[in-house]
Design a protein around this ligand. Structure first.
Ligand code: C5P
Length: 242
């Protein structure tokens, strides 16, 4: 059984800057203590020996920049690249089509903008996919969750959803190659667009197990998130020094 990882990194980071305009630098290329977010994500997966290949989906114009980083950080022959698409699902779909995976190999998909994923969680996700067929990393909800109706002025609460029924979906999200490909093919045939892989797997009738996530594995999304990531990193360095 081989393990393949897809890192969609073709976003343009429209939510990062205030006012709806996107930053000149997409968030996967912003640096955390001098290392680009994307490179940190790649390194986390390369640290797991069982990972056979990492496939990064990038925009054509950014390919040379990513190749330069891959060389500079000596990431080695396990790293590959494909062309990204206009939406995350398309970027992942392009990579999935390019993988030379066998039906029972494991495919994990991880947001390139979640650079603090730890090797132990990656290992647990691989094990869960091998055991259940499909699995995602999820964080239990701690806030009380409300269902709302959007209004011109904001929103009105319509119901309270018991939080024990809720998890926040993170990544990695994975499945056996044959199940991931089936879910993507069915979504494409039906014109379904989801914001994660689990939504495609679920609608294909595939049961998806949940592996515990952590607050550290957050998605770099808004101004201040780079500082938050640096804070987590410094804290773990201090912790490991005892
Ligand atoms: O936009 P969002 O935060 O959901 O992006 C999650 C991940 O998907 C990011 O790593 C981003 O680079 C990637 N993405 C992509 N292709 C797109 C849009 C987003 O690979 N067209």
């Amino acid at each position: 059984m081989q393990v393949f990882v897809i890192l969609p990194a073709a976003g343009i980071g429209t939510r990062m800057a205030a006012g709806g305009t996107h930053t000149a630098v997409p968030k996967q290329f912003l640096e955390i203590d001098g290392v680009p977010v994307l490179i940190r994500s790649v390194k986390a997966f390369l640290a797991v020996k069982r990972v056979d290949a990492v496939c990064i989906a990038v925009r054509g114009p950014e390919r040379a920049r990513v190749e330069a980083h891959v060389t500079a950080h000596k990431l080695g022959p396990r790293v590959h690249m494909v062309e990204g698409g206009d939406h995350r699902q398309e970027s992942v779909g392009n990579a999935l089509a390019a993988l030379e995976c066998h039906p029972d190999d494991v495919v994990l998909v991880h947001d390139a903008v979640r650079p603090l994923i730890d090797p132990a969680t990656i290992e647990r996700t691989i094990d869960a996919v091998a055991k259940h067929g499909a699995a995602i990393v999820g964080l239990p909800a701690v806030d009380t969750i409300k269902q709302v109706e959007r209004t011109a002025e904001g929103a009105i609460v319509t119901a309270t959803i018991p939080r024990e029924l809720i998890i926040h979906a993170q990544t990695p999200q994975g499945a056996l190659c044959k199940l991931m490909r089936r879910a993507f093919a069915e979504a494409e045939a039906d014109g379904f667009a989801g914001t994660d892989e689990a939504s495609l797997l679920e609608r294909a009738g595939i049961e998806v197990a949940v592996v515990p996530g952590s607050a550290r594995n957050f998605k770099i999304t808004q101004p201040g998130d780079i500082e938050l990531a640096e804070f987590y990193l410094r804290r773990s360095t201090t912790d490991s020094r005892g």
